[in-house]
Ligand binder design. Structure first.
Ligand code: GLA
Length: 381
């Protein structure tokens, strides 16, 4: 992390000849509660010690600049006529945030930003929310906009909707902004309020395995899922699936396709699993927590259909190992990481056997990560 900070800082000073304001904005994991956030439901994420470091300063050249160190990509732009850049480009995260700040009639001047991160791209750990949050947080400080953290996460989320084109929920931006060291946050995505849970699994630990794949079409599949959920809520006459029970859903079974029925059922069940998981953590009941995590994957795979062969394979590997209490895909799906709850003294053995099996099966490597739960977006002093 220190190397990342000094690299960003030095690059900024070399390029702009002045001391920058430095911001760290973390990525996140999610213990359970997947695809429930845009259904006003519960999620259980935590900010991690991997993220984006961004350096900011005002510009008096009549232009603004942004430098993505990881991609060695540098752009110059005017704040006046912003529009989305081509789909899939990193600029949209920056432009999107600026445009949403301007939409709220907040005034910003020209600025320079240099940033770099250590969240593996496509890992499902929300490098995009980390970047959006770093930009909105930095601009808020630089131009004394007086935005609250809640304002800022909504700006980041809208940037994602309107510039990136993903109709995401609020989990990633919330976790990245509000993270608390050593805690996961049980977030109610309707009230946007969370309860922290200190995470100490004693002789067990969370471990991530990255499939190192990201299948295309994941953005459109995501938006399709969201539309299906909204359609069913409308049929049920409720605001969001958070308000439905399994019995409510049965009353409209003949009005929806079996596919969509299963998707809505998944959301209702996953929301309950997230609540049960928080209870299991309170009770120190890791067996129950692990089973809920396996249940979550099963639903994501068979009902919500957002998993993929590589993720399913890693979860199967986990099931073969008695030291793993639970495993599931994490994040939007179609690639990225699995999150595993593993006995500490069996971690190396599991990492080794799963990695070897993955290599043999797909002829490519997966990556194993351990993360610390960390504080949310903040100024680096
Ligand atoms: C992505 C989105 C989040 C959330 C997850 C799935 O990470 O950005 O809002 O919907 O997928 O739980």
């Amino acid at each position: 992390m220190n190397k990342l900070i000094s690299n960003v800082k030095e690059t900024f000073i070399n390029t702009h000849k002045t001391e920058p304001l430095l911001i760290f904005s973390p990525g996140r994991i999610n213990i359970i509660g997947e695809h429930t956030d845009y259904n006003d439901g519960f999620v259980f994420p935590a900010a991690v010690d991997k993220g984006i470091v961004a350096a900011f300063g005002k510009s008096d050249s009549g232009k603004s600049t942004a430098f993505a160190l990881d991609m060695d990509s540098h752009i110059e732009f005017s704040l006046e006529d912003l529009k989305p850049s081509k789909q899939g480009s990193w600029e949209n995260y920056v432009f999107g945030v600026i445009a949403e700040i301007q939409n709220r009639s907040n005034i910003i001047g020209d600025f320079n930003v240099v940033f770099q991160g250590n969240i593996p791209a496509g890992s499902g750990m929300s490098s995009s929310a980390a970047l959006e949050n770093s930009v909105v947080y930095g601009l808020n400080e630089l131009f004394k906009l007086g935005l609250s953290k809640h304002d800022m996460i909504h700006i980041s989320q809208k940037a994602e909707h309107n510039y990136v084109g993903v109709n995401c929920g609020i989990m990633d931006q919330y976790a990245s902004m509000f993270g608390i060291k050593n805690n996961a946050l049980l977030l109610d995505c309707r009230t946007i309020e969370s309860k922290p849970y200190e995470i100490n699994f004693k002789d067990h630990q969370l471990m991530l395995i990255n499939t190192n794949v990201k299948h295309s079409l994941s953005d459109s599949a995501y938006n399709d899922r969201r539309s299906a959920c909204e359609h069913i809520s409308k049929l049920l006459g409720i605001k969001a699936l958070r308000d439905a029970t399994e019995n409510d859903l049965k009353t409209i079974k003949d009005q929806v396709t079996e596919e969509n029925y299963q998707k809505a059922l998944f959301v209702i069940q996953e929301n309950n699993r997230a609540l049960k998981a928080s209870k299991a953590i309170e009770d120190d009941d890791l067996i129950t927590l692990g089973n809920l995590i396996y249940g979550s994957h099963d639903g994501l795979q068979h009902q919500y259909k957002v998993s993929c062969e590589e993720l399913d394979f890693l979860v199967e590997q986990a099931k073969l190992n008695k030291a793993v209490l639970g495993a599931r895909m994490m994040g939007g799906g179609f690639g990225g990481c699995t999150i595993n709850l593993v006995e500490k003294n069996a971690i190396e053995n599991f990492a080794e056997t799963a990695s070897k099996a993955y290599q043999d099966k797909f002829n490519k490597a997966c990556s194993v990560y351990f993360v610390e739960l960390s504080n949310g977006t903040h100024i680096i002093k």
